[in-house]
Design a protein around this ligand. Structure first.
Ligand SMILES: [Fe+2]
Ligand SMILES: [Fe+2]
Length: 411
């Protein structure tokens, strides 16, 4: 029989205080593991800032990736209706008869534990571990016991109301909350309370950020006027495919659509115009680009989008800039636009397009490497000039896959 701690929450976002709480319970109760249960739609709190349960789950996974005995479980992740703890516990009790469960709550939650839905079922299936964080509920919910009572007194009152096994475990006070962290992130401030991988995830997926909306219609009309009908069809295909990939990988859909719309915005310029535009705007031109000036439309496109359409978002401008050759350490949006450009529905010439389309929705890095591998083969077989950037990006993503121990036979 294993002793399993259960720590539920919205984890919006998960921070070091949550991890400390799980570890305090583990040490205090000699637990074998603590399972983190990120909620779907929680009964007690509202999910703020439109952060999906998918993102909260992914952040939990990143936060525990280096923690040996902490495990994230998805029992509650996809619940659309409020999923009450008693239901989860009934399910766990039935499914894992071999485990003894310990339900971890904060001292603030103990004050209104009797108000939860069917607390008598919770204590039936688990021992309650109360983590004493010295947390004072600033706005205590109605029905909670006043802060004038110390924790031991609160426990005695609650034991009478909901009889069961309770243990208090002390931990060092943690002076942070998810709501404070969200407020700091919204102001663009740094915080030490998050795991660096969680910070990276938040940045990459643009969570807890102010959202700007740009009217895409005048840009669409202008691009439609500038380019051939077949090119416009391709642009619309990239826009839609970028939106689909954004949905799959939890990236702001409108940002991906805009980047997709803009990616070929200087494609109407011929080679001479491209070189002239670079000269006028002080853009450097490599030897490879001199031989194949059509590659320049990514560089000129980024400047054109800024100057002509007022795009300031550095991520969008960068995604346009690298969409032909790619680069090392591409952002999520860079990859989305690069891949959408290759797999959009009106494309029909590339080999194994169906395979790459399928892989794109499973593994972006593998899709990147497959596209680059096929592009390099095509250029070689047709004796076309190749930009060194394409080769460098291919080597980089091949290395990424190798480091992950991934099978490279698809390349
Ligand atoms: Fe392009
Ligand atoms: Fe394109």
């Amino acid at each position: 029989m294993s002793r399993i701690g259960l720590l539920g929450g919205t984890f919006n976002p998960i921070h070091k205080g949550h991890i400390a709480m799980a570890k305090a319970a583990m040490e205090g109760m000699l637990l074998d593991e603590v399972w983190l249960l990120p909620s779907g739609t929680p009964p007690h709190k509202e999910i703020l800032d439109d952060i999906s349960s998918y993102d909260r789950f992914q952040m939990c996974e990143l936060a525990v990736s280096q923690e040996e005995h902490l495990v994230v479980k998805d029992f509650e992740q996809y619940c659309l209706l409020p999923n009450f703890s008693y239901k989860t516990l009934a399910y766990l009790h039935k499914t894992y008869e071999q485990h003894q469960f310990f339900f971890i709550i904060g001292d603030d939650s103990l004050r209104y534990f009797h108000e939860w839905v069917h607390p008598e079922w919770i204590v039936k299936y688990a021992d309650i571990v109360v983590i004493n964080r010295n947390a004072l509920e600033k706005d205590a919910p109605s029905g909670s016991i006043s802060n004038d009572f110390d924790l031991q007194s609160v426990l005695e009152i609650q034991k009478k109301r909901v009889p069961g096994q309770y243990t208090i475990v002390d931990m060092d006070p943690v002076d942070i909350s998810s709501s404070e962290i969200r407020a700091r992130l919204l102001q663009g401030e740094e915080t030490d309370w998050l795991n660096p991988d969680v910070v990276q995830y938040i940045r990459e997926h643009r969570l807890y950020q102010k959202k700007e909306t740009i009217d895409m219609r005048p840009i669409m009309e202008d691009i439609k006027r500038n380019v051939k009908a077949s090119r416009y069809l391709h642009i619309l295909g990239v826009m839609d495919t970028a939106a689909n990939l954004a949905m799959r990988y939890s990236y702001p859909v409108e940002v991906a659509r805009l980047a997709g719309l803009l990616h070929d915005c200087t494609k109407h310029m011929n080679a001479e115009d491209q070189l002239q535009y670079c000269k006028e705007h002080g853009l450097s031109v490599t030897e490879g680009e001199k031989k194949a000036p059509q590659l320049l439309h990514s560089k000129t496109g980024a400047v054109f989008a800024k100057e002509n359409y007022g795009i300031q978002d550095p991520e969008i401008l960068h995604a346009i800039e690298v969409h032909t050759t790619g680069c090392r350490e591409m952002s999520l949006l860079d990859k989305i636009v690069f891949i959408a450009d290759y797999i959009e529905p009106s494309r029909d010439k590339a080999p194994r397009l169906k395979e790459i389309r399928a892989v794109s929705y499973v593994d972006l890095d593998l899709a990147m490497a497959m596209i680059l591998s096929d592009t390099i083969n095509y250029l070689k077989n047709n004796h076309k000039s190749m930009d060194s950037g394409t080769l460098e990006t291919y080597d980089y993503y091949k290395d990424v896959l190798t480091r992950r121990g991934q099978d490279l036979t698809l390349l």
